[in-house]
Design a protein around this ligand. Structure first.
Ligand code: NAG
Length: 493
């Protein structure tokens, strides 16, 4: 019955209830001719038939019925299901993702599950889970307890003058292995593949706080990341770097059965490793003495800002490329596809056949990488970064390095505008990126994420010729009540 369907899709949600008193029977029919996530709904006076080829197809059919029920809330007294007619539906794109940064803000297991439910409701099928960054490390690793004991928390350990009382409370959290298994299983039940990200070799300040032995003891001087973190990169010339990472990835692979592992690779500062003698020696052996000497001159030089820190061709890029290729080989040997932000292509040593990239700085870079034969998920900051403010005039919260993005701009963005057939052959799909630096509370999160998340989802599911901004706008105002955050309870660790 619809009551059971509604309960399965929206547990405990009082807003969803059968519209017809007696409920309406739903039958399921297999059809092997339908592609994976496609479904049909056939309406008849005595019920609805959902036809599909896979669990995902049945799920999306049921979600569409759930959406019709939600629509019925606007006219509860008069709503009737159609007595005849057919909905035949299939996704436009294979990769319909959302990325969430849980390093800059921590989200409880309950909140993650609520977000996954929202993704499924929007017929999104990938959850890219950004589990580590300079600010914090969020995943339990048995071999290195310090990663979570030290690097999952902040705001404590400062000595305050006695009159000010005790120091600040620590805040943060991490996901235990049990929590991760629970989340991955829950996502699977809603058609969502979870892609964990451990961001390396840059964005590793927290990891290096927890495992300081990974630093080159001979390193001197400073380089800074675009966010201002000093010396935040794992050293590619230390053997321990690889043995530690292999241990960590082995534990992670065991938790994520879909075997897609994202390794970051974004924003290695151009001065990275310029004060590390072992890294400079490695660079000299790969690229020659002049390259190593040129790189050493970058030590203590502050360069770098958003969008302009193109390190391709630099000594840092050479070292990074070698590092990434080695990690990728290891992951491939464990049967994994490697994901990376677009900079993972620097140096072009990574194996294109076993990699996918997420294009983020702008549309042109994504197009160029697709042209070079990299499989790519498109998520340009200018349209799909949900931390970007919705307006230019500071009346809205959010960041601005990629400019502002109104819901309309996000909705109308065409991810492959101007791409050739050859480029489109490498287009995997699209992704919303929820970077959480500005999302200090739930109100700001909701303001930034909704309804732009649904605008992106619609470009993932609906063919461009069937999209309509006017229709989207007319329902966007209803979205807050559709999302059902209310049962997002649960504590992190
Ligand atoms: C970039 C960083 C990210 C940051 C975000 C904010 C990527 C791949 N890297 O600087 O750490 O949170 O922008 O918009 O986006």
């Amino acid at each position: 019955s619809f009551a059971a369907l509604a309960e399965a899709l929206f547990p405990g949600d009082a807003l969803v209830r059968p519209v017809t008193e007696g409920g309406l029977p739903v039958a399921f029919e297999p059809d092997e001719a339908l592609p994976g996530e496609a479904y049909r709904l056939d309406f008849a006076p005595n019920g609805v038939v959902v036809t599909a080829h896979s669990e995902a197809g049945y799920l999306y059919g049921l979600i569409t019925l759930g959406q019709i029920l939600r629509g019925a809330l606007r006219h509860p007294a008069t709503f009737l299901f159609p007595a005849s007619g057919r909905i035949a539906d299939a996704p436009a794109l294979g990769w319909r993702g959302t990325h969430l940064d849980v390093s800059r803000q921590f989200y409880s297991t309950g909140e993650i599950k609520a977000l996954i439910r929202i993704l499924a409701w929007n017929k999104m099928n990938r959850f890219h889970w950004h589990l580590s960054d300079d600010e914090a490390w969020r995943i339990e690793i048995d071999a290195y307890p310090a990663l979570t004991e030290v690097a999952a928390w902040r705001g404590h350990g400062f000595a305050l003058p006695p009159l000010l009382g005790t120091g600040p409370q620590k805040t943060g959290g991490y996901y235990t292995k049990a929590a991760i298994r629970e989340i991955v299983a829950y996502a699977k039940s809603l058609g969502v593949t979870v892609v964990p990200e451990i961001d390396i070799p840059g964005h590793c300040y927290a990891m290096l706080k927890a495992i300081p032995e990974l630093r080159d003891p001979g390193e001197s001087g400073e380089y800074f990341s675009v966010q201002g973190f000093p010396n935040n990169c794992l050293n590619p010339a230390r053997e321990e770097t690889y043995s530690v990472l292999e241990t960590i990835f082995n534990e992670i692979i065991a938790l994520f059965p879909d075997r897609i592992i994202h390794i970051g690779a974004d924003e290695v500062p151009i001065g990275a490793w310029s004060g590390s003698p072992i890294a400079l020696a490695r660079l000299e052996s790969v690229a020659g003495k002049p390259a190593a000497e040129a790189h050493a001159r970058r030590n203590n030089v502050v360069t770098n800002h958003h969008g302009a820190d193109e390190i391709e061709g630099s000594g840092a890029a050479v070292l990074q490329a070698e590092f990434l290729a080695r990690i990728q080989k290891f992951l491939a040997s464990r049967g994994c596809i490697t994901g990376g932000w677009e900079e993972a292509a620097h140096g072009h040593v990574i194996d294109k056949a076993k990699v996918y990239l997420v294009g983020w700085r702008n549309h042109e870079i994504s197009a160029a990488l697709a042209g070079e034969g990299y499989d790519i998920v498109v998520s340009p900051g200018q349209a799909y970064y949900l931390d970007m403010s919705q307006a230019t005039d500071w009346s809205e919260p959010g960041a601005g390095w990629a400019g502002y993005s109104s819901p309309e701009k996000t909705y109308r963005f065409d991810p492959t505008a101007g791409w050739s057939e050859a480029q489109r052959a490498h287009f995997l799909g699209i992704q919303a990126c929820i970077w959480s630096e500005p999302m200090a509370d739930r109100a700001i999160f909701d303001r930034l994420v909704f309804p732009r998340l649904s605008a992106i989802a619609e470009s993932g599911w609906t063919r461009a010729c069937d999209k309509s901004w006017e229709r989207f706008r007319s329902i966007a105002g209803l979205m807050p009540i559709l999302y059902g955050w209310q049962d997002a309870s649960g504590e992190g660790a």
